[in-house]
Design a protein around this ligand. Structure first.
Ligand code: PLP
Length: 404
C-alpha cells in the first residue's frame, strides 16, 4: 500500500525553499555556482555571529545539555520582559514569555492552539508564507488582506475591514515587513488595532526585523498600542543578531490575557509536548537583548546592509519595466514587473528560467501569496558589489525574456 501524505497538507506550501531550490541544488551538484538570493540567512553572506552571543553560549555549553523549562530559561525570559518594558509594553511577567526553536516553531504552535477547522485568520498579501502555511496546517483558512504598493506597501485598512467575517479569529501583522520592506507608521497600526478591537480579534505581531531599519524609520511595537487586546508578539535571534542557525526566538503574550486563559493553557500544553527549545542558544538571549546592538553599525550610513539596500533599490529601478518601492526595513526588495512590458503568466517558471540562465536564485511573488505573477523577491544581504552584479544579470535576463 502506498504511503500518502495527510490531507492536512493540501494547502500548505513554502516556496522559499520550494521546487526551484531542488533545481538549484541539482545544478550545484553538477558544479555550478549558484547565487542564492532566496533566504534571509545572514551567515550565508559572510555575516558573523556577534562575539558576545558566542561567548555566552560557549560559557554555558557544558551545562546546557539537559532538557529545560518548556517555556524557556528564566534568565532569558526575564531579559525579554525587561526589553519590552523598556519599549513601552508594561505589566509583563516571565509567565507571558515563551522561548522557541525560532519564531517559525512558535508561529505553528500559536496557530495550532487557536484554530478550529474553518476558522479564518487575516494574513497580509504579500506575506511571509509560513503564516499562511501554519494557518492551513492548523485547519484554518488564511484570508489575505492587501497591502498597497501605491501607498508604500501599507496594509489597506478598507480591505481588512471588508474581509472580516463571523469566522475571523485573528489578524497577522508583519512589521517591518517581509517581503516588501515596509515599516508601518503609528497611524496605520492604530487603524489595524481599531479593527481588531471592533471585531474582538487576536493580534499577532511578527516583529522579527524590528531593529533592521533604514533612513531613520521608527518601529512601533504593535502591542504597545493595544493594551486592551490580546496580542502575541514574535521576535528572535535570526535576523538582528544574525544567528539564524541557532534557532532561537520568543513570543510575548500581552493585553487581555484573562480572556485568553484557555488559549494560553493550550499553548502551554503544546510547548510542553516538544519538551523545550534548544537550550544552548537560550543562554545568549539576555546577552543579545542587553548588549551593544551591533546591528546598528550595519543599517546606519556607511553600514553594509544599508549600502546593499541602496544598491539594490537603485539598480532595480534602472531596469526598464521594473519599479521597486524603497524598503525601509528588513532584508528584502519586492520589485514589480510591469505586465505591459513583461508578459509573465507563470512567475515560478520565470524564476526557474532565471536560475538556469544566470545561476541566480530568487523567489516568485506568488510564493508570498501575492495574487498576480508580477513580482519577485530578492534578499539584499550580499555585499553591494555582489548585489549590483546580481541585479545587472537579472536585468540582462529580463531584457530578452518572454513566456509562450
Ligand atoms: N517571520 C518572518 C517575517 C521571517 O521573515 C522569518 C524568517 O525569514 C521568520 C519569521 C522565521 O524566523 P526564525 O528563524 O526565528 O524561525
Amino acid at each position: 500500500m502506498q504511503v500518502i501524505q495527510s490531507s492536512k497538507l493540501a494547502n500548505v506550501c513554502y516556496d522559499i525553499r520550494g521546487p526551484v531550490l531542488d533545481e538549484a541544488m541539482r545544478l550545484e551538484e553538477q558544479g555550478h555556482r549558484i547565487l542564492k538570493l532566496n533566504t534571509g540567512n545572514p551567515a550565508a553572506f559572510g555575516f558573523e555571529a556577534p562575539p558576545e552571543i558566542l561567548q555566552d553560549i560557549l560559557r554555558n555549553l557544558s551545562s546546557a545539555h539537559g532538557y529545560g523549562d518548556s517555556k524557556g530559561l528564566l534568565s532569558a525570559r526575564r531579559a525579554v520582559v525587561m526589553h519590552y518594558e523598556e519599549r513601552g509594553l508594561h505589566g509583563l511577567s516571565v509567565e507571558d514569555v515563551f522561548l522557541g526553536n525560532g519564531v517559525s516553531e512558535l508561529i505553528q504552535l500559536a496557530m495550532t492552539a487557536l484554530l478550529d477547522d474553518g476558522d479564518e485568520v487575516l494574513v497580509p498579501a504579500p506575506d511571509y508564507p509560513l503564516w499562511t502555511a501554519s494557518v492551513s496546517l492548523a485547519g484554518g483558512t488564511a484570508v489575505h488582506y492587501r497591502c498597497d504598493e501605491q501607498s508604500e506597501w501599507y496594509p489597506d485598512l478598507g480591505d481588512i475591514e471588508a474581509k472580516v467575517t463571523d469566522r475571523t479569529r485573528a489578524i497577522v501583522v508583519i512589521n517591518p515587513n517581509n517581503p516588501t520592506g515596509a515599516v508601518y507608521p503609528r497611524e496605520v497600526l492604530e487603524g489595524i488595532v481599531e479593527i481588531a478591537r471592533r471585531h474582538k480579534l487576536v493580534v499577532y505581531a511578527d516583529e522579527i526585523y524590528d531593529k533592521i531599519l533604514y533612513d531613520g524609520a521608527e518601529h512601533v511595537p504593535l502591542a504597545t498600542l493595544a493594551p486592551d487586546l490580546f496580542c502575541v508578539t514574535f521576535n528572535g535571534m535570526s535576523k538582528s543578531y544574525r544567528v539564524a542557525g541557532f534557532r532561537s526566538g520568543w513570543m510575548v503574550l500581552s493585553g487581555d490575557r484573562h480572556r485568553a486563559a484557555s488559549y494560553i493553557e493550550g499553548l502551554t500544553v503544546l510547548a510542553s509536548m516538544r519538551l523545550c527549545a534548544n537550550m544552548p542558544a537560550q543562554h545568549a538571549v539576555a546577552a543579545a537583548l542587553g548588549g551593544r546592538q551591533s546591528i546598528k553599525d550595519l543599517v546606519l550610513p556607511g553600514g553594509r546592509l544599508l549600502e546593499s539596500r541602496d544598491t539594490a533599490f537603485r539598480l532595480l529601478n534602472d531596469i526598464p519595466g521594473i519599479t521597486c518601492v524603497k524598503p525601509k526595513g528588513a532584508l528584502y526588495a519586492f520589485p514589480r514587473l510591469d505586465p505591459q512590458v513583461y508578459k509573465i503568466k507563470d512567475d515560478a517558471q520565470m524564476v526557474l528560467d532565471l536560475l538556469r540562465s544566470q545561476r541566480i536564485l530568487i523567489v516568485q511573488g506568488t510564493g508570498f501569496n501575492w495574487p498576480d505573477p508580477d513580482h519577485f523577491r530578492l534578499v539584499t544581504l550580499p555585499r553591494p558589489e555582489d548585489i549590483a552584479d546580481a541585479v545587472t544579470r537579472i536585468g540582462d535576463f529580463l531584457s530578452g525574456y518572454s513566456q509562450p
